[in-house]
Design a protein around this ligand. Structure first.
Ligand code: AMP
Ligand code: MG
Length: 288
């Protein structure tokens, strides 16, 4: 998943479930990673403009959900941004600032009408070879849902799933107390937090520019792209954290809210009826 995955369980009888949980993560990564050549998503991307690809039920329903949620966020979350993400390469060795011409040459192919999903045949077709799926903004939330579902089915009542700082808590800390999850302070090192949320049985997922960015000529460019411009989002938020029982939804929303910025982000949070904590670029915290 390109990040550190830590699963914490509290009962010795949960040991078997722990290895099962990592099998699930590996399976998901093997299906949806765009850096693994043999993943289903890579196959779809390779066949873009050429041929439709039949995929597993799980991958098909994730893609269908991603497209639905893209419309729900009015395109602020867009799973077809792969072309733009690659152009900038933020977080990779090839990170650079592309020209406006280069951006203009791929951006039209990121629009949502470039993917065709055939439910009856479980096939996916990308209409142009310039279109590329990137599930980076939903994958970790989705994976945490799947791991949580599996652990529950194994009778695990208490646990913490941490996928690169995106947390899903199972159950409560104890009968008396819920879990307390810290929200990363962008201005301090990893592990320092600016606020906490008390939660049970839900995901706490954060998008922030501090996670991954490149600095060029004194400018900081984040890995979260604005689908309208094809460039890193220029936003008045430092981070957006979403709290929801639905990890995939929380992941999508965290990215979309970050892209939209404070005003439109708040409207989306209200439309989605989720809890959220926003940190503005003036280090002001807002709980919604
Ligand atoms: P997240 O950390 O959940 O906000 O997801 C960021 C990752 O999703 C990036 O590293 C890109 O791979 C991809 N991405 C960037 N911007 C967007 C966007 N606006 N919509 C969907 N995916 C995006
Ligand atoms: Mg996200």
């Amino acid at each position: 998943m390109g990040t550190e995955c830590v699963i914490t369980l509290f009962s010795s009888s949960d040991a078997e479930a722990l290895s099962g949980a990592f099998e699930i993560l590996k399976d998901i990564d093997g299906r949806i990673s765009r850096t693994r050549e043999d993943s289903e998503i890579s196959r779809i991307n390779r066949m873009a403009g050429l041929e439709e690809v039949e995929v597993s039920e799980e991958t098909f329903s994730l893609l269908a959900r991603a497209v639905d949620l893209a419309y729900f966020t009015e395109g602020a979350f867009n799973p077809l941004l792969g072309g733009v993400v690659d152009l900038w390469g933020i977080g990779t060795e090839e990170a650079r600032v592309p020209s406006q011409e280069e951006i203009a040459a791929v951006l039209p192919y990121c629009s949502l009408d470039n993917i065709l999903l055939d439910e009856a045949r479980r096939t996916v077709f990308l209409k142009s070879d310039k279109t590329s799926i990137d599930l980076g903004a939903i994958g970790k939330g989705y994976a945490s849902d799947k791991v949580a579902e599996y652990l529950r089915s194994q009778g695990v009542e208490r646990g913490i799933i941490n996928l690169g700082g995106n947390v899903y808590v199972l159950g409560r800390k104890s009968a008396e107390e819920p879990w307390v999850v810290g929200l990363q302070n962008p201005e301090s090192g990893y592990g320092g937090y600016y606020a906490t949320v008390s939660v049970e049985d839900c995901a706490v997922i954060t998008s922030g520019s501090y996670e991954r960015f490149m600095t060029k000529d004194g400018m900081e460019y984040s890995h979260i792209m604005d689908p309208e411009t094809g460039s890193p989002a220029e936003t008045d938020l430092l981070s957006a954290s979403i709290i929801s029982e639905d990890g995939a939804f929380a992941d999508v929303l965290s990215t979309a809210v970050f892209v939209l910025g404070y005003d439109e982000g708040v409207s989306l949070i209200e439309k989605a009826s989720v809890e959220a904590v926003l940190l503005t670029d003036e280090m002001e915290m807002v709980r919604l």
